[in-house]
Design a protein around this ligand. Sequence first.
Ligand code: DHB
Ligand code: FE
Length: 286
Amino acid sequence: MAKIIGGVASTHVPAIGKAIADRKQNDPYWKPFFSGFDYVHDWLAREKADVAVVFYNDHGLNFFLDKLPTFAVGAAKEYRNEDEGWGIPVSRAVAGDPDLSWHLINALVADEFDITVCQDMLVDHAVTIPLTLMWPGQAWPIRIVPVSINTVQHPLPSIARCLKLGRSVGRALESYPHDSRVLVIGTGGLSHQLDGERAGFINKAFDKLCMDAIVNDPDALTRYSIPELVELAGAQGVELLNWVAMRGALTGAVTQAHRNYHIPISNTAAATMVLDNQPMAQRRAA
Ligand code: DHB
Ligand code: FE
């Protein structure tokens, strides 16, 4: 059976790609952020994931405002990146895992999630930047199943709905009859707003509340409506939905292994978290 080893949450700010290309990791501006990944690298080297389910939001590379599914799941052998206009290098392609994709797709539809299935899918900076941060300078040693959540064009799915989506994915992973070690990734956030009167908005107190709740009580976040989330986290801070879905997929006993929070990276409160997941069956056996 598959084992859900844990979760990683990471910002996906494109400027990080430029900092990496320019080798600025040790510059004073960037060091507090990049050094937050030292723990992640050790953890990944120890935990050796085979495959990652990546909850993220597409920003207009694969979907645009004319057709934007609330939830979409990739079922491709490979996912390519293309130039999005950020002035960062185009990433290498990421290997897919069609067998796991179809397992998740069947389970989600059986669980009454009306998802869009993408057998051809480009992945944008919201996938490639976190992978580059997690496995810098190397061929990515994992396959992925991308799950895109609409955080871009309202109406957005509620926090409760995204938590349920994650939990449905988690149950499906538990029933996957292969010995894969599965990592769950949530990208984006935390508080940020890129445009309008509140451009540059960051809310440190709310970010802390969200990070604490992501570890110990994700259901507590369901009290916020999407308009309240926009108010508290900024128009793009709604990318928290990806973190919520990631947390939902961790079906065991969850503990925080690592947290880094740094303000600002570009316009964003950059937060990194690693969560350990102790599967229930193992807990019973222990
Ligand atoms: C920034 C943040 C994002 O989430 C994004 O998708 C693009 C840019 C930023 O802070 O620059
Ligand atoms: Fe974003």
